[in-house]
Ligand binder design. Structure first.
Ligand SMILES: [Cu+2]
Length: 470
């Protein structure tokens, strides 16, 4: 990580440039060299060496695209191409993205910057780039067929406009959208304010990531592009827990997190241990009088949410989507609920016919996290991620906010697990249990009468096996 940062500082933007096989070298010679990224790691913030200064963002499991200044214009070069993205150790996906990764690199500019973006298409079909949320000339909006002809394979198009509004934006194709977004074509765009802004606070750490949903069968590599509801991999920047890096901060840091949603459903993003304020959307900064505290903010489809808080509570705080099916990894959907069903005797009979037969979910699904069932190749377990005190039983859209007193400013490296102060961890109570007390009379001092069991009623509930949606 560090070496890359130093490299940029010393060598400018020139790094591993790969000329497109299908694009002539002569045609490419006037273009900025495309900078490619071959790692899915969280890269350190790209401190601007040219142009107006700003406090750069950190893209979770991602990076910022370097640029060159050309007579006062900031020039970027995006390459749309097939990529192999490691979604977690042991799980690779064949996606489409930009400059070697999916999602594409974050583009960071300053309010008022003149920006020129070259887009080279190395996909097997045409594409375009729409600059979601930007004020720009209509012909730069990137809707193929409406505002521009599509960019054919092997061709390079130029987009040019002034970044007029500070805020958090996204980019994605507006050509064969369903396929290209299901394949992972998207990226973030940050426009920093040009000067001190009344509604945009300066922060110590500024994180950004996109939400993703893929449908990749266990053992397969390519997303099923026709899926509308039944996705099985829920990711942040095309990583799934335990593949998502933690958000590492120093205690008392003011932290901003920007989250964008280009999936097909909403995601209530929930932070433990702190309250935050939604300070902005892709529509811009929220007026102070319209802000309120939250611990969960719903990020609907096609939206960005920008949250801010002071990280004053040390620890490893869960940070995740609150839809519980979105904190799981690939699984079949046809699993009936078996809680409370005693199938030991049946299992014994089946085992005589099918050695190795396994009963699942009789007392909940927590045992799935420990199960040593053989998995197909290129699959991560449905819930996994070992913590210091056992399995975290999570996958998908889950990470941690790691708040540390001694984390150095600008240090984003994982500090390991939190060392809880003595006596501050929930623990087993080992006293003698008191006798059970049946409900006291109405108005009694300890428990209301409504808690008294009226009659013995039992219901059997069975979840339908082919549920739709989440
Ligand atoms: Cu979700």
């Amino acid at each position: 990580m560090v070496s890359r940062r130093h490299f940029f500082r010393s060598a400018g933007v020139a790094t591993a440039a790969v000329a497109a096989a299908t694009v002539s070298r002569v045609a490419m010679s006037a273009l900025p060299e495309p900078v490619l990224q071959d790692k899915p790691d969280t890269m350190p913030p790209l401190v601007p060496a040219t142009g107006r200064p700003y406090n750069p963002v950190v893209t979770l499991n991602g990076w910022t695209l370097p640029w060159r200044m050309n007579q006062g214009v900031k020039e970027f070069h995006l390459v749309a191409e097939p990529v192999v993205r490691e979604m977690a150790p042991g799980l690779k996906a064949h996606l489409w993205g930009y400059n070697g990764q999916s999602p594409g690199p974050t583009i960071e500019v300053v309010e008022g910057d003149r920006v020129r973006i070259f887009v080279t298409n190395k996909l097997p079909e045409h594409t375009s780039v729409h600059w979601h949320g930007q004020r720009l000339p209509n012909g730069m909006d990137g809707v193929a067929g409406l505002n521009q002809p599509a960019i054919q394979p092997g061709k390079t198009f130029v987009y040019e406009f002034t970044a007029r509004r500070p805020g958090t934006f996204m980019y994605h194709p507006h050509a064969d959208e369903m396929v290209q977004m299901a394949m992972g074509m998207m990226g973030c765009w940050i426009t920093h304010p040009r000067q001190k802004h009344p509604l945009i606070d300066e922060v110590d750490r500024d994180f950004v990531f996109l939400l993703n949903a893929y449908d990749i069968d266990p053992g397969a590599y390519t997303p099923k592009i026709m899926t509308m509801l039944e996705f099985n991999l829920w990711g942040w920047n095309s990583r799934v827990f335990p593949g998502i890096d933690p958000l590492v901060v120093r205690q008392h840091d003011k932290v901003r997190v920007r989250v964008g949603n280009l999936t097909m459903t909403n995601h209530p993003i929930h932070l433990h241990g702190h309250e935050f304020t939604v300070t902005g959307t892709d529509g811009g900064a929220v007026p102070k009088s319209a802000r309120w505290p939250e611990v969960t903010t719903d990020v609907a489809v096609g939206q960005m949410r920008q949250i801010e808080f002071v990280a004053d509570e040390p620890g490893d705080w869960a940070f995740h989507c609150h839809k519980s099916h979105h904190t799981m990894n690939a699984m079949g959907h046809q699993v009936p609920t078996m809680i409370g069903v005693d199938h030991q005797s049946i299992a014994r009979q089946i085992t005589e016919l099918i050695p190795g037969y396994m009963v699942m979910g009789e007392s909940g699904m927590a045992d799935m996290a420990k199960m040593q069932m053989p998995l197909p190749e290129n699959t991560v377990p449905m819930m996994t991620g070992d913590g210091p005190m056992g399995s975290v039983e999570m996958g998908g859209m889950f990470s941690m906010l790691k708040v540390r007193r001694d984390q150095k400013p600008g240090d984003y490296s994982d500090p390991g697990w939190y060392a809880h102060p003595q006596g501050s961890v929930a623990h087993e109570w080992t006293g003698v249990p008191p006798a059970e007390v049946r409900g006291p009379p109405a108005g009694g001092p300890t428990m209301p009468a409504s808690r008294m069991p009226a009659e013995e009623i039992e219901v059997q509930v069975r979840k339908p096996s082919g549920h739709a949606g989440h």
